[in-house]
Write a protein that binds this ligand. Structure first.
Ligand code: NDP
Length: 364
């Protein structure tokens, strides 16, 4: 099947009422207390319009309370379709006014990567908790600033790593943690698609911070880190560029190895010019597991040496937003806090450094 960026991630529409780690998520408990958490979605692009806003109709305790947009017509559309008050539509310049809107508890930042910092800081300074899309920011310095600003404002910060809430990925993590097949030796992870419109921000360094690596390679880095439970100590990377005009500012296809202290190795690929790459495999001493597709919004398939997986296909975004809502209500840290985004950015920067230097790069 020919897939574009949207369809390759969507693969299948997700079911509702999902479970996370076998528990009922949306908090029957919190709901019975009558508590909900209001989210403002900042940036009404493809992800927000096609996934997040619909997901907020399926959540248990997270609910839509506002939007931030630079395009007034989109704001009016959300008012009409989702019934939010017209005065809950903000522009990027008026985000500080959210401080006066007690109905908004959290802002979900869904703008181009390099703008995440500015919008997350504006939300934090307005006293709102921040859920920030991946990659967390355009650089690890920006991640550190975001973490500091959220800390100073006393608000929570989490990153939109939806896979960590997805049952197939949770099972892969469990298999490794419980040692079902012995120690994890090798992770293969790859995500790629053929990018369209040459004028889009994803191909601009000033807005994207990088190319395929920043956008989809970050999933592979995350996967290797959450499967091993370790931080990489050495990276070896190369880039292939077959279209130097389209990819003048950003990377096209990147392949890299990550070496972990235990001896486990991550072998990863990502591309803006290779259709249908969407796979994860973990090889342990005595068996392993595979997901293919691995990173879609739904329709994941796979299994382990013990047999095929048969899990619910939750709306990953609904589960993720409900979890962040619970973190706010219960005053606890997300399993994907800002520090996770920062650690991934440090790895991405080491990958770029290895490409530039043409040699392995050691991480402290
Ligand atoms: P889009 O290009 O579809 O939307 C981005 C939106 O950001 C725009 O529609 C616009 O909304 C707003 N925006 C503000 N400033 C600018 C600017 N200077 N240039 C362009 N847009 C601007 O991107 P996506 O929705 O696909 O991606 C947004 C973020 O979400 C990215 O960080 C991406 O990595 C992440 N993402 C995460 C996914 C996941 O599975 N977790 C999947 C897809 C994306 P408005 O008109 O309302 O201002």
């Amino acid at each position: 099947m020919l897939q574009n960026r949207r369809s390759f991630l969507r693969t299948a529409t997700a079911g509702v009422g999902a479970t996370l780690l076998g528990r009922r998520p949306a908090s029957a408990a919190a709901r019975s207390l009558g508590k909900t958490v209001g989210f403002a979605i900042a940036g009404l692009g493809s992800l927000s319009m096609n996934q997040l806003l619909p997901a907020l109709r399926r959540t248990g305790i997270a609910r839509l309370a506002g939007v931030v947009t630079g395009t007034p017509g989109k704001g009016r559309r959300v008012v009409d379709e989702y019934g939010i008050p017209p005065d809950a539509v903000y522009s990027y310049d008026t985000m500080h006014r959210m401080a006066d809107n007690a109905d908004i508890d959290a802002v979900y930042v869904v703008t181009p990567n390099v703008l995440h910092l500015e919008h997350a800081v504006a939300a934090a300074r307005a006293g709102k908790h921040v859920l920030c899309e991946k990659p967390m920011a355009g650089s690890s310095d920006d991640c550190e600033t975001m973490i500091r600003e959220c800390g100073d404002a006393g608000v929570k910060l989490a990153i939109g790593y939806r896979c960590q809430f997805e049952p197939h990925h949770r099972e892969c993590i469990r298999i490794v943690r419980d040692g079902d097949f012995g120690p994890l030796k090798l992770v293969e992870a790859g995500l790629g698609f053929t990018i369209g419109d040459p004028a889009q921000w994803r191909l601009r360094r000033d807005l994207a911070g990088g190319g395929a690596l920043m956008d989809v390679g970050v999933y592979a880095v995350q996967t290797c880190r959450y499967l091993t439970g370790e931080e990489p100590v050495r990276i070896t990377a190369t880039e292939a560029k077959t279209d130097p005009v389209k990819f003048a500012e950003v990377d096209e296809t990147v392949a890299w190895h990550m070496e972990f202290p235990s001896g486990a190795v991550g072998s990863c690929t990502c591309s803006y010019n290779a259709q249908g790459l969407n796979r994860l495999a973990g090889h342990c001493a005595g068996g392993g597991f595979t997901l293919d597709p691995a990173y879609s919004y739904g329709g994941l398939q796979g299994g382990s040496s013990h047999g095929r997986f048969d899990f619910d296909q939750p709306d990953q975004f609904a589960v993720q937003m409900d979890d962040f809502a619970r973190c706010i209500l219960e005053d606890r840290e997300s399993i994907v806090p800002g520090d996770e985004g920062l650690r991934d950015l440090r790895v991405l920067e080491a990958i770029y450094e290895s490409i530039r230097a043409g040699r392995p790069v050691d991480l402290k």
